[in-house]
Design a protein around this ligand. Structure first.
Ligand SMILES: [Zn+2]
Length: 458
């Protein structure tokens, strides 16, 4: 029995590497976010999916070699901590473990945290399929189900014991962190305490509908690790959802800085998710625009839904977006920790100007550049900061000997212009090489519901 158990454990520990490869990358330039300059690459040697050496190699084992051009730049794989695999249409939410993950990977996103699963079983199964090489996709860090009213089955009378049981179950199933959405103060406390006992981080979408009064000012003293969407806990009245209150916020209110300082003192990370906030608006900001024909990846049916329906705009969203950008800049300038989170699944319900998962990670980076966060800091946010926020900085997030070989190759120096990250053409995950273009071609016409019947009957 013990022997069998240790074999299973070994498989889990090693599963990341089973399909890993050996490889030499010659030429091009290395951009590690801790430095402000790109360094010409002599050679990166990858053995068993890990970075074995940087600088020189004799290639005595005759590993396959890729040779890059002068205008190629090698970056750590991108890391999206507020990613989803879900599709949303007509109030139905489903996890898409076929097309959405390929779009992330094609865009150079080598690790995602799913940040609230509507079908946690489906995501858990997909995660193990990716880890064992049966499915293609980014490394999946899963959250399990939403805790709080973000989950339809939630109610405020769920006891501490029940909450503990639920967390123990999902921790035992190997989730990588928890997501709370719209929760009471006392339940939030139970969740954070129990998650930390299991070594799991907790992130939150707070200031929501049932408990708008619970925001960063309550969650941070309770020990939450990250927060999504809203910063200004003390400054928000807590009467209405955060979207509305941030839109109405007086930006000269000193309580905003007090809230920011609470993040800083407690080393809490913030995911701005401005991709989805800006996506709700009619903004003509450059960073939000399409730079390739993203719609061609959607099913013809999804395209027709968008074309045949008038867009409904809520002017409050515009103000929410404008204020969120300004608060994020202030947060950055004061020294707040930021990780990368886009929150951009394909949602067909609100008739937004739809944006596509994976591409959104580049949008979020370009938005940060627009508010004048320096490019090397943006790259840090999208790589090592996000790894640190999940406690994975020893494993991924930078190009260092001993780390997993998660690399992307782009055309153009992103330290000069962050928009160059959009030119990713080669993605390496665990030493395995993927051609972005071929991944994208597999996605054409596939994202979203196939037809009314299939969507509702499945
Ligand atoms: Zn989300």
């Amino acid at each position: 029995m013990i022997k069998k158990l240790s074999f299973i454990l070994l498989c889990i520990v090693l599963s990341d590497y089973l399909y890993a490869q050996n490889l030499i990358i010659k030429g091009g330039n290395i951009v590690n976010a801790d430095s402000n300059i790109a360094i010409p690459n002599n050679a990166i040697e990858i053995r068993n999916g890990k970075i074995y050496s940087i600088g020189a190699t004799t290639n005595e084992n005759n590993f396959p070699t890729i040779t890059l051009q002068k205008d190629d730049y090698i970056l750590p794989g991108l890391f999206d901590l507020h990613a989803h695999l879900k599709l949303v249409y007509e109030g139905q939410l489903k996890e898409d473990t076929v097309t959405t993950p390929l779009l992330y990977l094609a865009n150079g996103v080598t690790t995602i945290f799913t940040c609230g699963d509507v079908d946690p079983e489906a995501v858990a199964k997909y995660k193990s399929n990716v880890a064992s090489g049966r499915s293609t996709g980014p490394r999946i860090l899963n959250s399990g189900p939403y805790f709080g009213h973000g989950n339809n089955e939630w109610n405020d009378s769920i006891s501490r014991e029940e909450i503990y049981r639920k967390i123990d179950y999902w921790a035992g199933r190997g989730v990588d962190g928890l997501k709370v959405k719209d929760i009471s103060e006392h339940q939030l406390k139970y969740i954070i305490d129990r998650a930390h006992k299991h070594g799991l981080t907790v992130t939150g979408h707070l200031n929501h509908i049932v408990h708008p009064e619970v925001g960063s000012q309550i969650a941070i003293p309770l020990g939450i690790d990250r927060l999504e969407h809203f910063i200004g806990g003390y400054a928000l009245p807590g009467k209405k959802p955060g979207y509305t209150e941030v839109a109405m916020l007086d930006l000269s209110d000193p309580l905003i800085d007090k809230s920011i300082d609470l993040f800083i003192e407690n080393e809490v990370y913030f995911n701005s998710t401005l991709t989805v906030i800006g996506g709700f608006t009619q903004s003509q900001d450059e960073w939000l625009k399409y730079w390739v024909d993203e719609k061609k990846y959607w099913t013809p049916y999804a395209q027709s839904i968008v074309e045949n329906n008038p867009k409904k705009w809520n002017p409050n969203r515009q103000k929410f977006y404008e204020n969120s950008k300004k608060i994020l800049k202030r947060y950055y300038d004061r020294g707040g920790l930021i990780s990368m989170g886009t929150d951009g699944p394909l949602i067909l319900d609100f008739l937004w100007v739809f944006k596509t998962p994976g591409f959104n990670t580049h949008r979020e980076m370009a938005m940060m550049s627009e508010i004048r966060i320096p490019n090397n800091e943006i790259l840090k946010i999208a790589t090592i900061n996000s790894a640190m926020a999940m406690g994975l900085e020893e494993k991924v997030g930078s190009i260092e000997i001993g780390k997993l070989a998660d690399l992307i190759i782009i055309k153009g120096n992103p330290l000069e212009d962050i928009y160059f990250t959009r030119s990713v053409h080669t993605v390496i995950k665990n030493g395995e090489i993927y051609d972005s273009q071929s991944l994208l071609e597999k996605c054409e016409g596939k994202l979203g519901p196939e037809s009314e019947e299939k969507w509702f009957n499945k």
